[in-house]
Ligand binder design. Structure first.
Ligand code: PEP
Ligand code: MN
Length: 254
């Protein structure tokens, strides 16, 4: 899934909302030539009054849609209670920014993946240093699973023009300090749909091993993160822009 001459693309909705939505998103992801499909079932929302995700039903719909289109899956595990089923059904287990320093969860993920060696996409907390991200990764690595993906998804600064400040400095720093793949989540890192393509290009130019984007068939109606989601009809354009920059660096897309 990751190699020094590849840029890996991950796309899909912030949250699984309905069967129609997740199937439409999976179809568009497949047709754009992307192999890895993301979608949240258990959602860690800032407000308890916001849509909290479909939970188990969302997990099933994500798996069904991905299977139907031959895609690999990424979903977030928010708590130990759901870890076993996510581990069983999903290809890449995401640890969200809000759980990067949930060490008991990280230990459990390390234990459950020590044998399966399933990929774990570990997001940097918006309040964590690069060193803290690397130490969080050690909880999984030291348990015996070498397959951790480091994900830069923006940090909190005084700047309000964007939702977070995408710390692209982290890419070359992480590439120097670690051999793990580095993926940049441009949706959370910017919070703005109009910045997704430029910052994807920038992430690849900075040396990222992959880029993750939120994509929705109808962002205006999205129950979560519509403002930072690419309309699925633009996925092919996104892929082409990523391909152009990757090819300058002698890389191809995965
Ligand atoms: C997400 O990927 O939808 C998400 C909640 O991301 P983060 O943990 O980076 O906020
Ligand atoms: Mn989101």
């Amino acid at each position: 899934m990751f190699a020094s001459d590849k840029v890996t693309l991950i796309a899909g909705p912030c949250s699984v909302e309905t069967r129609e939505q997740v199937f439409a998103a999976a179809k568009a992801v497949k047709e754009a030539g992307i192999k890895i499909f993301r979608g949240g079932a258990y959602k860690p929302r800032t407000s308890p009054y916001s849509f909290q995700g479909l939970g188990d039903e969302g997990l099933e719909l994500l798996v069904e849609a991905a299977k139907n289109y031959g895609l690999m899956t990424v979903t977030e595990v928010t708590e130990v209670d759901v870890l076993e089923k996510v581990h069983e059904k999903i290809d890449v287990i995401q640890v969200g920014a809000r759980n990067m320093d949930n060490y008991s969860l990280l230990k459990k993920i390390g234990a459950i993946t020590a044998e399966s060696k399933k990929w774990v996409l570990l997001k940097r907390s918006f309040a964590a240093t690069i060193e803290e991200l690397l130490l969080a990764a050690e909880y999984i690595l030291s348990a015996g699973n070498p397959n951790v993906i480091l994900c830069e998804r923006g940090i909190r600064t005084f700047e309000h023009a964007t939702r977070f400040t995408l710390d692209l400095n982290a890419v070359p720093v992480l590439k120097k300090l670690s051999t793990l793949p580095v993926v940049v989540d441009v949706s959370h890192g910017t919070g703005r749909a109009d910045m997704l393509i430029p910052m994807s290009r920038a992430a690849i130019a900075a040396g990222a091993d992959g880029v993750m984007i939120e994509a929705h068939p109808n962002p205006k109606e999205a129950l979560c993160d519509g403002q930072q989601s690419l309309q699925t009809s633009h996925l092919k354009e996104w892929v082409e822009e990523c391909r152009k920059v990757a090819s300058v660096l002698g890389k191809s897309l995965y």
